[in-house]
Design a protein around this ligand. Structure first.
Ligand code: F6P
Length: 336
């Protein structure tokens, strides 16, 4: 078989592990893999080349993606995408991506043989228990919180850590819990500045002279607006970032304590994946390749419990996987 592969959307630790797994599984079965550059953009432009077992040697621990990525949409080029399948004699295509990439994959899958793999550090895709890349982002954010703890304590400061998470606060919640944060702010639950200040002051009254506040970039004050960079991304969504510094001045004013913000940004997406993400990504890649061999198109490799299964591709983007209310309530026991 001849099978295409692409990586789309924001890069994510573990992308290369998926590519490697697909190529190795294909090698075992005598299939050819065609790698498209820069997500759906490479399909539209016909920018591709064969990926052999030699091309994927040594890439397992590497961050980023050897195929490059972009948020370019191909939905307005349906005809061209179909032509590429004929031109390159593709029996199937594996699309590795998050919401944008898999939404397009599902649209194309109505007519073309496509299988998806769920990728995003935000862990906000539905249809799977976990996306790869999330574990690495949480690990990086937790290490940062650990480091900030000691300096916050020494200087009696409030330190705010802004992490990624556009619509879902999974990174903030897990890194916040793992790092012993005092306040965790997520997009799912708009916050009150008075409440955050009260929590910090209450802690200080107990003799704890510092606080760690973890905030997801998509978190917003209940009576305010989303803090953005004032620009749009290629998909027309506001570029997020800045809520940490917004909080910095307001919290300092309300608590009278020195407050500083740290924005982790793309550090969370770069570098080597954790062992967990390498294994999860490899299992996804193998499953996706075998799904193409079995003509199980219009599906996505998904983690269900501890097994990798195939679910309908449309399940990935049918709704956002946000933190359930009950889970946020339970986290309260560990805050402050
Ligand atoms: O991939 C999702 C994400 O991590 C979001 O949390 C964030 O808003 C976005 O990527 C930022 O990506 P970029 O800087 O590439 O636009």
């Amino acid at each position: 078989m001849r099978i295409g592969i692409l990586t789309g959307g924001g890069d994510c630790p573990g992308l290369n592990a998926v590519i490697r797994a697909v190529v190795r599984s294909a090698y075992l079965h005598g299939d050819e893999i065609i790698g498209f550059r820069d997500g759906w953009g490479g399909v539209v432009d016909g920018n591709c080349s064969e990926l052999t077992i030699d091309h994927v040697a040594g890439i397992l621990p590497r961050g980023g993606t050897i195929l490059g990525t972009s948020r370019r949409s191909a939905l307005e080029h349906r005809g061209i995408v179909a032509e590429r399948f004929t031109e390159h004699r593709l029996d199937g295509l594996i699309a590795i991506g998050g919401n944008g990439t898999l939404y397009a994959a599902n649209e194309f899958a109505r007519e073309l043989p496509i299988v998806g793999v769920p990728k995003t550090i935000d862990n906000d895709l539905s249809g799977t228990d976990r996306t790869f890349g999330f574990d690495t982002a949480v690990q990086i954010a937790t290490e940062a919180i650990d480091r900030l703890h000691t300096t916050a304590e020494s200087h009696y400061r409030n330190l705010i850590v802004e992490v990624m998470g556009r619509n879902a606060g999974w990174i903030a919640l897990h890194a916040g819990l793992a790092g012993g944060a005092d306040v965790i702010l997520v997009p799912e639950r708009p916050f009150s500045l008075d409440d955050v200040a009260a929590r910090v002051l209450k802690r200080r009254s107990r003799g704890r002279g510092f606080s760690i506040i973890v905030v997801a970039e998509g978190a917003m004050p209940a009576d305010g607006e989303l803090v953005t960079k004032g620009r749009l991304d290629p998909l027309g969504r506001p570029l997020l970032g800045g809520i940490g510094h917004w909080l910095e001045s307001h919290l300092e004013e309300r608590t009278g304590a020195e407050t500083r913000a740290v924005v982790l940004g793309h550090v969370q997406r770069g570098g080597t994946p954790t062992a967990y993400d390498r294994v999860l990504a490899s299992r996804y890649g193998q499953k996706a390749h075998l799904a193409v061999r079995d003509h199980q198109f219009g599906t996505m490799a998904a983690l269900r419990g501890s097994t990798i299964e195939l679910v309908p591709l449309e399940d990935a983007t049918s709704h956002l996987n946000v933190i359930p209310d009950a889970e946020l309530d339970l986290a309260e026991a560990f805050l402050g």
